[in-house]
Ligand binder design. Structure first.
Ligand code: ATP
Ligand code: MG
Length: 429
């Protein structure tokens, strides 16, 4: 026998018993996005490598070591998107969507990063991304947070997550702070790990984002960027916190929150949980006004966030807030030649008449007994039974598989009415 081929490490299949949970979360995500008037945008999974280098920043984890980059057949360097912000902005600039316009967009799909796979960290993972353009005030920053707050509440996990906020100020403010920070770390050089020593030269703010517990104390005592912000940045931040206070959305100010990408300015935020071990950030985002110019557009405002769907689902699983779904609620058993033919006809009639019915018809023959077993195994509530006797009388039998209700003999019309009634009850639950 030939050897079987396995999936790529860190890239997972979602098997049929898992898809209902995904579909449930995806439905809620779409509903929430549309309730705020956001539109979906669909983008390619592959972009020119240069796009990510220019936007995310050369000295970030993503660009330095996580990108899936390859040459295509004509020698162009392409990259599987590690995130969606750059591609979304590229598309909007390319299609002229940013000329005197305001946009509120979302997208959903796989991202690729060559990381060490572990729980909550994969090489292909799914993100919901939200990007807005053309709005410079803190009200839109607040709106993005309200969206997430609503989403957590709808999914019943609001108390599992905590909002952390910071402001990164402007580029000039960061330059001053960078100097102060470098001096602080230089005075404590012996406590820096290898990664941080390198970062000290290339991107010292990123040291604050360390995942090394041995460095937490040093980082916790570092000077805070918040103390080096100018009046405008502070006012913007105040505008955001006031809006959050007005709607009673709780948050923590975390002056060491810097985010792993270079394009942020002013507001940054993360939604974190302590229920998922070290992969605790479920959603992260912020303002990235400077990126529009960096990618060749006219100066413009931009703010967005991305949420990791695997981490969201893991959180739903630990919280136990998983809806019970049924793939099939009615299973049709057919035995005999005329029953097989009439069964297929009636099944289509049922699907026309009973909206929402999940009807599976037995295929491949078998005895009544073996077909009943399949009906039970698949978790159906009812079996419709068609034998040649029933067909010659223009009837069918209907049996409850979950209750002790007697098997009934019905006409097709009676069965339609019965199942319409049943479905209206099921969908109320
Ligand atoms: P981390 O600090 O965990 O590496 P990040 O800062 O690299 O996260 P972002 O680029 O901000 O992550 O991506 C937004 C969200 O996407 C994260 O908060 C997380 O939920 C999810 N995410 C990022 N990388 C992965 C991954 N490799 N596997 C699964 N989810 C991921
Ligand atoms: Mg990362």
């Amino acid at each position: 026998m030939a050897q079987t081929i396995q999936a790529i490490r860190g890239m997972h299949d979602v098997l049929p018993d898992q898809t209902p949970l995904w579909q449930y979360a995806e439905r809620i995500l779409r509903e929430v996005m549309s309730s705020y008037g956001y539109s979906e945008i669909r983008l390619p999974v592959v972009e020119k490598t240069e796009l990510f280098k220019r936007s995310i920043g050369e000295v970030t984890d993503i660009v330095e070591k996580e990108m899936y980059t390859f040459e295509d057949r004509n020698g162009d360097s392409l990259t599987l998107r590690p995130e969606g912000t750059a591609g979304c902005l590229r598309a909007c600039l390319e299609h002229g969507l940013l000329h005197n316009q305001v946009h509120r967009l979302w997208y959903y799909g796989p991202m690729y990063r060559h990381e060490r796979p572990q729980k909550g960290r994969y090489r292909q993972f799914i993100q919901l991304g939200v990007e807005t353009y053309g709005m410079s005030g803190p009200d839109i920053d607040a709106e993005l947070i309200f969206i997430m707050d609503r989403l957590w509440k709808k999914l019943g996990i609001r108390e599992k997550v905590c909002l952390q906020l910071n402001s990164l100020g402007t580029i000039d403010e960061r330059l001053i702070y960078r100097q102060v920070l470098v001096e602080y770390f230089q005075a404590n050089l012996s406590q820096l790990d290898e990664d941080s020593l390198r970062r000290l030269q290339t991107n010292p703010l990123r040291i604050l984002d360390t995942k090394n517990p041995a460095m937490f104390h040093l980082v916790a005592n570092a000077p805070a960027l918040m103390d080096y912000l100018g009046a405008e940045s502070l006012e913007h931040f105040k505008g955001l916190t006031t809006a959050l206070d007005d709607l009673a959305v709780s948050y923590q100010i975390n002056t060491r929150l810097v985010r792993g990408l270079d394009y942020y300015s002013k507001t940054v935020f993360e939604w974190v949980t302590d229920e998922l071990g070290s992969q605790g950030t479920v959603c992260a985002g912020g303002r990235y006004d400077s990126l529009v110019e960096q990618l060749g557009g006219k100066p413009n405002s931009a703010v967005g966030f991305a949420m990791g769907i695997e981490r969201l689902l893991a959180l739903l699983e630990v919280s136990g807030n998983i809806p019970v779904t049924q793939a099939v609620n009615v299973f049709m058993i057919r035995v005999g030649e005329s029953a097989e033919r009439e069964g297929l006809r009636f099944a289509e009639k049922l699907r026309d008449a009973v909206t929402g019915l999940k009807l599976q018809v037995n295929c491949g023959g078998g005895s009544f007994k073996s077909q009943f077993k399949k009906a039970d195994k698949i978790g159906a509530d009812y079996a419709i039974i068609l034998g040649d006797d029933e067909v010659s009388n223009g009837q069918l039998s209907l049996k409850s598989l979950r209750t002790s209700q007697e098997q009934q003999t019905l006409t097709q019309q009676e069965a339609i009415t019965f199942l319409q009634n049943y479905i209206s009850q099921v969908s109320l639950v």
